[in-house]
Design a protein around this ligand. Structure first.
Ligand SMILES: C[S@@+](CC[C@H](N)C(=O)[O-])C[C@H]1O[C@@H](n2cnc3c(N)ncnc32)[C@H](O)[C@@H]1O
Length: 291
């Protein structure tokens, strides 16, 4: 083969690769469009690299060959769609996740909350509820639980059901106990749950002021006014358009001087609402609405 043959081969390969990625993009767009039109779930503004990875993973889980194959199955089989939603939602969480955030919340936000007659907190994208039970424990220990309402929402009804049940794997308690202590916990963590075989069930009193509800940040509207909104490890999966939609929703849903808790991985910087907040803690990305 001459060197010009090689150059031609390289060119053909580059064109093939380009066609392949263009074809893949079309397939992803058609899949997401179909899901939106048929089921009303809108994944069209999720960040492409992680969405693509999870879609391909699910193609293999369903033992299919292509994204088009997945599209066909999803459109004709609701249970396949439900499995895909679960796979796309990444329900990974833990109690007192990032303990330093909860410690900072105790130090910097609790004193503000003490001055309010009534406290409303929204956990958006609460997954299976570990973050919400952590907040219930923190408020209880600070003597604020009785005047609080916690709204725990997620788009994924399977995760929400697990959150409502409040039953967790006993194997995880060692890690959660450590997180609880690192987060400034004041009691013995085991006081809050009862062990049953391989699971633990959290004390029912922790649930009495929690309202669990389905809410989709991509499509649903504001539903109340809050003193605090938690939304951690959710917007990292969204593109800029969807992140701005969610920031608009949170801005509308926070009362005057309301507190937005995003956690270390996210920020209001580069959103359309950056100037509406001042930082209460720069490291933990806890903000206060100022306008
Ligand atoms: C990685 S978990 C984070 C859970 C918890 N906030 C934490 O930090 O431990 C992400 C959660 O966001 C939820 N989620 C993803 N897209 C959503 C949307 N459009 N509306 C509401 N929840 C969404 C998923 O279902 C999942 O439960």
């Amino acid at each position: 083969m001459t060197s010009s043959d090689y150059t031609q081969l390289e060119e053909h390969k580059a064109i093939d690769d380009e066609n392949q990625s263009e074809r893949e993009l079309i397939e992803i767009e058609l899949l997401l469009e179909g899901i939106h039109r048929l089921y009303g779930y809108d994944f069209r503004n999720y960040a492409l690299p992680s969405l693509r990875r999870r879609i391909w993973h699910h193609v293999h889980v369903e033992q299919l060959q292509s994204i088009s194959g997945l599209q066909e199955k999803v459109l004709h089989d609701r249970s396949c769609f439900e499995r895909l939603v679960y796979a796309l939602s990444i329900p990974v969480t833990e109690m007192f996740r990032d303990p330093s955030l909860f410690r900072t919340f105790r130090e910097k936000v609790v004193p503000i909350l003490r001055t309010y007659p009534y406290i409303r907190i929204w956990h958006a994208g609460c997954s299976t509820g570990e973050e919400v039970y952590s907040m219930a424990i923190l408020l209880y220990e600070e003597g604020l639980y009785d005047k609080s309402r916690i709204y725990a929402t997620d788009m994924n009804d399977r995760s929400l059901q697990a959150a409502k049940d409040g039953v967790f794997d006993i194997q995880r308690m060692k890690k959660y106990t450590k997180n609880y202590i690192d987060a400034g916990g004041m009691h013995s963590f085991s006081e809050y749950y009862t062990a049953q075989y391989n699971s633990v069930i959290f004390q029912p009193f922790l649930k009495k002021n929690i309202i669990f509800a389905e809410h989709n940040l991509a499509t649903d509207r504001s539903f109340n006014e809050f003193n605090v909104i938690f939304c951690r490890n959710v917007m990292i999966y969204f593109n800029e358009t969807l992140r701005n939609r969610v920031h608009a929703l949170f801005h509308e849903s926070l009362g005057h001087f309301g507190v937005l808790v995003l956690g270390a991985k996210e920020s209001v910087n580069f959103s359309n609402y950056q100037s509406c907040y001042e930082p209460l803690d720069r490291n933990e990305k806890i903000y206060r609405k100022i306008k």
